[in-house]
Design a protein around this ligand. Structure first.
Ligand code: SF4
Length: 346
């Protein structure tokens, strides 16, 4: 029987008590949740406390980034990454802070041309527990070693989160309410699933997390070559949707993130830069994040744009008052690009 079936006949607050306990460092199994009745604790004895099991753990010798291959009860695996935050300004109490990257699906059906996960194909959606247990897995390691806290989560691991909408939404709610991760400290990244994007701006109970769109090209045809799931008319949809997004989340901190992986000879010429600037200026409050491509052991078709060109793009966008950053690569020595570790293990 699943956890939900066991608690079905219990008052609704029982689930609250369980969710709270999952993020309490002093509680290690269901029988230690003393707020639950003795009878319920006995029923939960066979229920796994954690739905993920570590299969492989790698640590970067360069920057301390850690990457885990995590296994679920059916033997399926996903990757999850823990990244130390280098800037001590982000440590409010001198305790180190960490960002984690979580997966939302086993494999991915979107098949983006540069992505190692896309090569795995799609296997299944993760449950909400399997998503939040990636966070609990890392937090337990940090607690065990007295290393610090996770205060930033990006949904940029394996899978397209918006194709697993309900489980992702529930996991966001739990992370915000019970793990006390600030809404603006969570970023949901998508290549664009219009139906789900509409839900985000209309459903009042969708957590006000940050939103990032993996754009990778502002020219429809070249975007289709990079992201085969790109729908005709998506860029026009994006312009209209951005207005609804800014209405739904009017705070200045709720800019739309535009992720742009720089691929040599594919999406990095002047035509692509001009198209990106033109689109960015139509989208209201946005931030462009240029991502140096570091290659993948599973894909030798693409090469990364040289860093000087990436810097030129950044300057040209800044000159047009478009906020533009260049992503700092972490964990290069441990196959940190999404899907590489899972691919090697297939
Ligand atoms: S980039 Fe993201 S959406 Fe595209 S194939 Fe990889 S995991 Fe899926």
């Amino acid at each position: 029987m699943s956890l939900e079936e066991i608690v079905k006949s219990e008052p609704a607050y029982r689930l609250d008590q369980i969710f709270l306990a999952w993020f309490d460092k002093n509680i290690h199994n269901f029988s230690e949740i003393t707020t639950l009745s003795k009878n319920l604790r006995e029923q939960l004895i066979g229920e796994p406390w954690m739905t993920v099991k570590e299969k492989i753990l790698q640590t970067s010798e360069v920057d301390g980034t850690r990457k885990a291959l995590l296994e679920f009860s059916d033997g399926k695996v996903v990757e999850s990454v823990l990244m130390p935050r280098a800037s001590k300004k982000e440590w409010p109490d001198d305790r180190p802070r960490f960002t984690i990257c979580v997966s939302s699906q086993v494999g991915c059906p979107m098949g983006c041309a540069f992505c190692a996960t896309g090569k795995l194909g799609f296997s299944r959606n993760l449950s909400y527990r399997e998503i939040i247990d990636q966070m609990r897995y890392w937090q337990q390691i940090l607690w065990d070693n007295n290393e610090g806290e996770i205060d930033n989560i990006v949904f940029m691991g394996q899978g397209e989160p918006l194709l697993n909408y309900e489980n992702v939404k529930l996991s966001l709610k739990i992370l915000v309410k019970y793990a006390k991760i600030g809404q603006r400290k969570i970023t949901l990244s998508t290549v664009g699933v219009p139906e789900a994007m509409e839900k985000i701006v209309t459903e009042k109970d969708f957590p006000a997390v940050r939103f990032a769109l993996s754009l990778h090209s502002a020219l429809s045809e070249s975007r289709l070559a990079i992201i085969p799931s790109n729908r005709p008319g998506f860029l026009d949809f994006l312009v209209e949707w951005s207005k609804k997004y800014h209405n739904a989340f009017p705070s200045r901190t709720h800019f739309i993130g535009l992720e742009y992986i720089m691929l040599k000879g594919v999406n990095d010429d002047a035509q692509h830069l001009n198209a990106l600037i033109k689109l960015a200026l139509k989208l209201g409050s946005i931030r462009v994040n240029l991502i140096p491509y570091n290659g993948s052991s599973c894909n030798d078709f693409f090469q990364g744009t040289d860093f000087a060109t990436i810097q030129t793009w950044q300057k040209k966008m800044n000159d047009r008052d478009i906020t533009c950053t260049i992503r700092r690569s972490q964990g290069l020595d441990i196959d940190a690009a999404c899907g590489q570790l899972a691919n090697k293990n297939q």
